[in-house]
Ligand binder design. Structure first.
Ligand code: PSU
Ligand code: MN
Length: 303
């Protein structure tokens, strides 16, 4: 028994009620305690208030839990030494019966196993700057290429090479949709130098794209990018400087591999004096609202 789907989530899926999946790396590695727990619980509440069932996903003692309870979420936020688990780590964490925080890649994987279509997060991993020599490309992109889940995010952080990330997604057949925008949002900022593939003006329009992709059995994800609300967005040029400095420090410290993203996220927070945290929280709330609308529309369409 590797997968435990909560009774509430199981019932919702059986009755074609809308369910929204949530990741746990954002809790254990993405934000400090106690804001991480507070945010995770508030996101669940927003999803409920918008008529959907939340399913926070993580690995507990070698069992994938789809639909964690509030105590389990609290423990994910507090406990030290929870591994960040990408696809390649899964069998080892399961075999050793450990705790594991799921990234975008593994949350997609487990959501699809549980038949959940819609997954809300903050930012996805992507092609790192300098990947032409380091080969550091997040497994999130490969999961988007193959796994049938729609991911709602605020774009990708400029710690990545956004241009190469879009090229990669194009090669692997992942549609990148902009919610009410033609410009790729860059997490803390509403804009970047890059364009999304298609501008979508409603949740209904997005649900129709998902339906067409699923009906045609075109395996793989759909990426919905939703700009951070204006009042919480940070200056793009300032963030670019901060990120350059963070990358320099990372190279000096010799950090690479799976530590690279958490290190950069931590450095950016430090260099902005923590002001980025409130933005980060607000963009997740914003994605939860849009994700709920998409999940509801998709359930209606699917019938
Ligand atoms: N980007 C963010 N915040 C995050 C992450 C990415 O802005 O919390 C997390 C997500 O869980 C994502 C993971 O799936 O980092 C990507 O890590 P890597 O680059 O090692 O694949
Ligand atoms: Mn990586």
């Amino acid at each position: 028994m590797y997968l435990r789907v909560s009774d509430e989530v199981k019932k919702a899926i059986q009755e074609n009620k809308p369910v929204v999946a949530l990741e746990s790396t954002i809790i254990s590695h993405g934000m400090p305690y106690p804001q991480n727990v507070k945010t995770a619980l508030e996101v669940e509440k927003i999803i409920r208030d918008n008529g959907c069932i939340p399913a926070t996903i993580g690995i507990i003692d070698g069992i994938v839990v789809v639909g964690m309870n509030p105590d389990e979420i609290e423990e994910f936020g507090k406990r030290k030494g929870i591994e960040k688990v990408s696809r390649r780590d899964v069998p080892v964490i399961m075999a050793k019966k450990e705790w594991g925080a799921t990234t975008v890649a593994t949350t997609m994987l487990f959501a699809s196993m549980a038949n959940i279509e819609v997954f809300v997060t903050g930012g996805i991993g992507g092609v790192h700057r300098g990947a032409e020599t380091t080969f550091d490309i997040s497994a999130d992109l490969q999961e988007l290429a193959n796994t049938n889940v729609t991911v709602i995010c605020a774009g990708a952080k400029a710690i990545l090479d956004l241009g190469l990330t879009l090229e990669y997604l194009e090669t692997f057949g992942v549609p990148v949709l902009g919610y009410k925008t033609k410009t790729l949002p860059a997490f803390y900022s509403r804009t970047s130098k890059f364009s999304v593939d298609y501008k979508m003006d409603s949740a209904d329009e997005i649900a129709n794209v998902i339906k067409a992709k699923r009906d045609m059995k075109l395996d793989g994800g759909v990426l919905v990018t939703n700009p951070i609300p204006e009042e919480y967005s940070l200056d793009e040029a300032k963030m670019d400087e901060v990120i350059k400095e963070a990358i320099q420090e990372m190279d000096k410290a010799g950090v690479h591999g799976k530590e690279s993203t958490p290190y950069l996220l931590g450095k950016v927070k430090e260099l902005t004096g923590g002001s980025s945290l409130e933005s980060n929280i607000q963009l997740v709330f914003n994605n939860a609202r849009l994700g709920s609308e998409i999940a509801k529309k998709y359930c209606e369409l699917k019938g």
